[in-house]
Structures are given as C-alpha cells and as structure tokens.
Design a protein around this ligand. Structure first.
Ligand code: ASP
Length: 309
C-alpha cells in the first residue's frame, strides 16, 4: 500500500505572535486538527484523494476562524464573494468557481463544476445559476456574518484600500484554506477555498480558484494549494511553477516548494506559503510570512498542527 498523507493550511495571514492568546491558539489548533483528522480518516478508509481534500476543506469552510465559507471577509459592498477550486491529479480534471455568494461550501460547487459540467471555471451569476440547477440551498447573509470580520471591514470601508490577510496588519487573523492529499493508490489532489480580500471590489478574483496559480494537481509531479498575496501568485503561476521545477529540473518536492516560496515569489514582491504533496506521500509546507496555519498527517506516523515557524 502506498503511504497516504494529507496536509492542510488555514492561510498565511496569522495573527502576529504578540496578539495570539493561548485560548485563541488552542481554538485554531483544534479546528486544524479536526479538519486533518477528517481527511486522514477518509484516506485510511480507502477513499480517494479528491474525496479527502473536498471533505477536509469543507470542515475548514464551516469554521468561522478562517477566511473561507462561513468565515469569509466582507467586500466593498458589505457582501461576501467566494472563490474555490479543486483538481484531481490522476485525471487532470479540475473545477473552479469565483464570485459566488450564499453557498455554504464553495469547494463542493467547484467539485460539481469538475464532475457535472463540461467546463473548468464558472464565475459570478453563471456559477450561481449552475448551483441553482443542482438545487444548492442558499444561506442568507447572517450565516456569513462575523463581528470581528465586520469590524475589520468597517475600518477601511470608505477607502481605496483592500486588505489582504497577509498584510502586515496587527489583527490580520483570517486565512484562505486548502488541502492536498495522497491516497492509498498513490493518486493526489488539491483543493483551495477563500473569501478573498477585505473590501475587494470590481469583481476582484485572486489566485485561489485559478488552476495553476493557487491550486494544481498532477500525478506526474505534485498537488499544491497556495495562500498569499493573490495578485503575485497569479503572476508567478505559483502552483504550476512548483510542478515545473519537479518535472523539468528534477527537483525534490521540498526543494521545488522552497525555491518558489523563498525565492521566486519574493523576487516579484509576493508573500505567503503553500502546501504540497507528491505520489509517495511526501509533504512540504514552506511559507515566507511570520506564520501559516497548517497541519500534516501521514500513514508513516506524522501528525502535527502548527502556526508559527
Ligand atoms: N490568496 C488569496 C487571495 O488572494 C488570499 C489568501 O490566501 O488569504 O484571494
């Protein structure tokens, strides 16, 4: 049997160390562990990597602690616009959605795009129409309301600024979520979900739903989920870049991930991190920010969640 493993992130925009209380830290770690255990149990039960990353991301989307699903940040018009994607490394099938509202689990809609449509990427009204045709139940705004997140928006709402979780802001506590997994058959998959940036406008879309930028999976190389300054991750085609270094330069998963996060993305001005897995179940989780909510669990005995370096 192949070594099976799962890695998760809850964003690279952690609270700066001085602001993290032991209680909050415990809450974050508990939420991360719950997600990790969910995915691991599925892999252990013989489910596919695709199944595992979807269910794991759903657990993170349902937590108000992270900037995805329930915990999504506010846009400039006080709404929520969410983005998500998923990719199957065995088939190279992929699905992405952006600018969707009212959907409890955007990652599931992304999977439905992958499996129930002829397309890869649906956005805005069209994506909502697709959800409606599949009888998705829509949550109202109160489901997504979080007092802290609203306060964060009120602070910048009439300005031109938008707030990335990764900005060096004292209370930047929210983060995009993602999962990558390798199953018992050695197939890999990646999923990513986000509420984007606080006070975003004009239909801004980040890297998270874009295949190759914030999310990628290919059994030939690796499965990747990113978190960071989306505009830079798009320009750097980060997730695919890691795969290219492995495929064309013969680099290890760890070296390729480090090269992109500690060198290439920094050179163009981006910050953030990624989680990566290969078909042998190896995991890499580099980040160039102060912390990244993250966890990894593997059939070879690794089981840990961490926040800072
Ligand atoms: N990459 C996400 C975006 O730009 C943000 C994040 O990772 O927190 O939408």
């Amino acid at each position: 049997m192949n070594t099976f493993s799962i890695a998760i992130h809850g964003g690279a925009g952690t609270l700066v160390k001085g602001m993290m209380t032991p209680e909050l830290e415990a809450q974050y770690k508990l939420a991360l562990q719950r997600a990790l255990d969910t995915g691991y149990a599925l892999l252990k039960g013989g489910k596919t990597a695709v199944e595992a990353v979807e269910e794991t991301v759903k657990v993170l989307e349902d937590s108000p602690l992270f900037n995805a699903g329930k915990g999504s940040v506010f846009t400039a018009t006080e709404t929520h616009e969410m983005d998500a994607s998923i990719m199957d490394g065995k088939t190279l099938n992929a699905g992405g959605v952006s600018l969707i509202t009212g959907i409890k689990n955007p990652v599931s809609l992304a999977r439905d795009v992958m499996e129930k449509s002829e397309h890869v990427f649906l956005a805005g009204e069209g994506a909502m129409q697709f959800a409606k045709e599949l009888n998705y139940k829509l949550e109202d705004a109160t489901y997504f309301y979080d007092e802290l997140r609203h306060k964060q928006w009120l602070e910048i709402k009439d300005t031109d600024s938008f707030q990335l979780d990764h900005a060096k802001k004292k209370d930047s506590k929210f983060g995009t979520v993602g999962a990558v997994a390798c199953d018992q058959d050695g197939n890999i998959a990646a999923a990513t979900s986000t509420g984007g940036m606080t006070n975003k406008k004009w239909g801004r879309v980040g890297d998270s739903p874009m295949i190759g930028a914030g999310n990628y999976a290919n059994n030939k190389t690796c499965a990747i989920s990113c978190t960071g300054s989306g505009e830079f991750f798009i320009r750097g085609v980060v997730a695919y870049d890691v795969a290219c270094l492995i495929e064309h330069k013969n680099m290890s998963l760890q070296d390729a991930s480090n090269e992109v996060i500690h060198k290439r993305i920094l050179e163009i001005g981006g910050d953030g991190g990624l989680i990566a897995v290969d078909t042998k179940g190896n995991i890499a989780m580099p980040f160039n920010t102060e912390g990244m909510y993250r966890g990894q669990k593997s059939s070879n005995g690794i089981d840990e969640v961490s926040i800072y370096k």
